[in-house]
Design a protein around this ligand. Sequence first.
Ligand code: CO
Length: 286
Amino acid sequence: MKIKIVALLLAVFAGYSSNAHKENEVKKGILLVTFGTSYPEAQKAFKNIEKKVQQAYPEIPLRWAYTSKIIRKKLARQGQIINSPAEALAKMGEEGFTHVAVQSLHVIPGEEYENLEKTVNAFQHMPKGVQKLTFGKPLLYSHSDNERLAVVFHDKFENKLSKKSAMVFMGHGTHHQANIYYPAFQYYLNELNKNYLVGTVEGFPELDKVIEKLKAQKIEKVILTPLMSVAGDHAQNDMAGDEEDSWKSILEKEGFEIEIILKGMAEYDEVVDIWVDHLTNSFKEL
Ligand code: CO
């Protein structure tokens, strides 16, 4: 597998090696990397990130890459070509970028994040192309990231809570050990109010656990919102869809009144600021 990747990358660079590069000229760039989404209306979250990053770095060219092959394929069929991180870095090398700050727009340091880190490390050792790369942390990485995001949400949603109404955040969840961030983040939220709960689609805690807690806390109304960068497929369907296995339908069946906030986290400037601060931290090292 490794040999295959190296061979592929060498092939890519062999094609570029004939190009004359101006020596010693520093050209810095930023590569924003997300899982991706195929929902056009979810794109506004990415547009917001782009706007905020451009405000912070008006002189630095920006590129995007999606880590999800399925989403890239789906978009390609619709005529929209989005690069993988490796393709984007190879192209940036070809465009003459010497220094690139790669920023993860993932929520937790899970599998997608780790794979991206491996790609970034592989490009550190390329004989041609980009000479120096830095890698920015995902949204939730440190203790202070968790504290900060909890405060952002509390400032926004405190007025939605009452003794009988709770807010449930739907995270993605993963088999990766970083899934621990989801129950951990709930702890930080609960330092501010006990009526914040976190559940996941594909990890722990599951919706059943959330329902147990809602009942124990005698909650009547649930406000549902995604703990994801965009309100894409999971938020639209698994959370807010009308199918009987959506969280909305299941919770309604359990007797809860439901309110939906269908907004990706990246639509909130204060959340994007956390990612931008992570970019700033790594950009300094470039
Ligand atoms: Co998913």
